[in-house]
Design a protein around this ligand. Structure first.
Ligand code: M6R
Length: 612
């Protein structure tokens, strides 16, 4: 949530900042701004997209080789020019950009008001800008970094900040706690960003700041300490990010590109991991913890949104094949419960970004209870990947569309591999079943390609239903979480109210919604639940609902019964979610497009939810 960029060096800062903000726009897109040190401290900000800011600033910010920028996802104060970042302190000494929430901002604001401070915005960030300035002005000898340090020692909450000081014209001060910040190391220049994507085209050497780190960037040097003013050692990491992966290529939207990438990204996820003719699954990142996973009486899986849905699929897999008890938790609930956890438990945290605030808080709680914590994450170098004991990267590549697609199928692929490997180690699966399932998994990309080649048919179905106000998604067993995921995709990008339900639960309430206006999407391939799901479809049809069924190729039974049918290739039920979700992603995409929605940047959402 919210994207931060910064540059200090000899190049013109503005184009670098704008380019960086465009890469980070997936993190928030309700307003944007930049500040430049150019003899004076220039501040430009605007409600709207980064392109609106670019047009607004055109011709005004041609000089200046030091600057910071921000793209916002509103927390305190509505999206507007005045609430956009950077925020300038009352006397104009500081300009700051901030990602996170200052929880005690109201108290700090009242304290500052008693010292004569007034406020031009509704944000918590402006309070921090004024607090820094207040300390700075207390002492003529005070440096900007010392003022930042003092101010942060008073702050409760989360922050990633970059600060410019009008009088210290060769410096950017940055700090983080709970909100990610990466520093890119160039030659005589430094870059700052919320993630490595804006930095990758300039340098592959980065430093991921840790909580409470404060860094001072100057053209000729870089120092790192922490809020307590103790020096911190630098750990330089290499990033390997393909810039082309961050472009739309031939597609109109990132979401469509990412949906179509799935056969390839699933292959990437198991590349090098399915070995020796698929008779072995190698997960190097879990080598040291597998004995603990094997010994665990219980596995707790934690995530948010789509990542939580991947966890639900894993529950079925782990229970059926590895015969271990599993609980799947929303990170936002888990973090405030009093969970009974011990060193005997294994906690798997799933996150595309690895920066979701709730998931990171759940991670800390699990750690504090002594549990073994494992991460499944897409973004290399993210906080989750650094804070967990062990883990597996999903290797889906950069996911930019706010609606998660390829990250989901990559997560499910990883979880399937873990479940099968665990089952094999525990001896709870026969060799034949193991080999058969690994082969089924390996065949998914080819089958996925077949579904994607049928895109026009799915578009035609979307045309029939895009004016619906509500929709119901039903599935059973492994496909119940897929129904939840299909409903989430539809609601987040088309704003149609959609509910996902276990098909067997429909009669306990949701059936009351069924009438001739309601599209009911039923995931009904031929598996052990097929007959039961057919009965559920009959119940919907008897009440004049419109059924769109996702069925196994060649299914004859449902053709006459339902309104629309989408076929997917035959697969084993345990891997069917990887296929069944694809038509649901495509249907949501086409419906949203027909409704004129921005599928990559849906309203009110941001890709990484780094605030509570
Ligand atoms: O980065 P994470 O996987 O931790 O993100 C979790 C959710 O915020 C995310 O899956 C969200 O639900 C997506 N917008 C779903 O498409």
């Amino acid at each position: 949530m919210c994207g931060i960029v910064g540059y200090i060096g000899d190049k013109k800062a503005f184009p670098i900042l704008i380019g960086g903000l465009k890469r980070l726009e997936y993190r928030g897109y309700d307003s944007a701004g930049v500040a430049l040190l150019n003899g004076s401290l220039e501040n430009y900000k605007k409600k709207g997209k980064v392109s609106d800011l670019e047009a607004f600033v055109a011709g005004k910010a041609d000089d200046g080789t030091i600057g910071i920028g921000h793209t916002r996802w509103a927390t305190h104060g509505e999206p507007s020019d005045k609430n956009a970042h950077p925020h300038v302190s009352m006397n104009g000494h500081f300009s700051i950009v901030h990602n996170g929430i200052i929880e005690n901002y109201a108290q700090l604001k009242r304290d500052l008001e008693t010292h004569g401070y007034t406020f031009a915005s509704d944000t918590d960030t402006e309070v921090l800008a004024n607090l820094i300035e207040y300390f700075y002005l207390q002492d003529d000898e005070m440096s900007s970094e010392a003022a930042v340090q003092l101010a942060l020692s008073k702050v409760v909450g989360a922050y990633g900040i970059a600060v410019l000081c009008k009088k210290e014209t060769e410096k950017i001060v940055v700090a983080r706690k709970g909100s990610p910040l990466v520093v890119g190391l160039g030659s005589g220049e430094y870059f700052i960003a919320s993630d490595a994507s804006p930095i990758a085209e300039y340098t592959n050497q980065v430093i991921y700041l840790n909580d409470e780190d404060i860094a001072i960037l100057q053209k000729d040097g870089f120092t790192l300490s922490n809020v307590q003013n103790t020096p911190v050692s630098l750990k330089i990491s290499n990033i390997d990010m393909e810039i082309g992966a961050m472009d739309k290529g031939d597609y109109d939207y990132f979401m469509l590109k990412e949906i179509h990438e799935q056969p390839k990204t699933i292959e990437e996820t198991f590349r090098g991991r399915l070995q020796n003719d698929y008779s072995e699954i190698v997960l190097g990142g879990l080598l040291n913890v597998f004995p603990k996973i094997e010994a665990a009486k219980r596995i707790v899986i934690i995530g948010c949104g789509t990542s939580w849905h991947a966890g639900l699929i894993a529950e079925y897999l782990f229970e059926e094949y590895a015969q271990v008890s599993v609980e799947v938790e929303y990170a936002s609930e888990f973090r405030y419960r009093k969970p009974v956890l011990s060193s005997d438990d294994v906690v798997i945290l799933i996150s595309q970004s690895g920066e979701t605030a709730d998931t990171l808080a759940a991670l800390e709680l699990a750690k504090s209870k002594g549990a073994t914590v494992i991460g499944i994450c897409n973004v290399v170098g993210s906080t989750l990947s650094r804070e967990t004991e062990a883990g597996v990267y999903t290797h889906a590549g950069v996911e930019i569309g706010v609606a998660s697609t390829k990250a989901f199928t990559a997560q499910v692929t990883v979880l399937t591999m873990i479940a099968l490997k665990l089952a094999k180690r525990k001896g709870t699966i026969s060799n034949d079943d193991y080999k058969m399932l690994v082969k089924e998994l390996a065949e998914i990309p080819e089958k996925g390609r077949a579904i994607l080649s049928d895109g026009e048919k799915i578009k035609a179905i979307a045309e029939k239903y895009h004016e619906a106000v509500n929709a119901l998604y039903l599935g059973r067993g492994y496909l119940f979480p897929v129904a939840l995921e299909g409903a989430l995709k539809l609601k987040e990008i088309s704003y149609i109210h959609a509910e996902g339900y276990a098909a067997g639960e429909m009669k306990h309430g949701p059936i009351a919604l069924v009438d001739n206006n309601l599209p009911v999407v039923v995931v009904a391939p031929q598996d052990d639940y097929y007959e039961k799901v057919v009965s559920n479809i009959q119940e919907v049809k008897a009440r004049k609902g419109n059924v769109i069924a996702i069925v196994t190729e060649g299914d004859k039974g449902l053709k006459e019964m339902v309104n629309d049918i989408i076929e997917i290739p035959k697969s084993h039920p345990a891997v069917a979610p990887l296929l069944a979700v694809i038509p649901l992603q495509l249907m949501a995409y086409h419906i949203a497009l027909l409704k004129g929605c921005n599928v990559d940047q849906p309203r009110n959402l941001a890709k990484s939810v780094t605030v509570e």
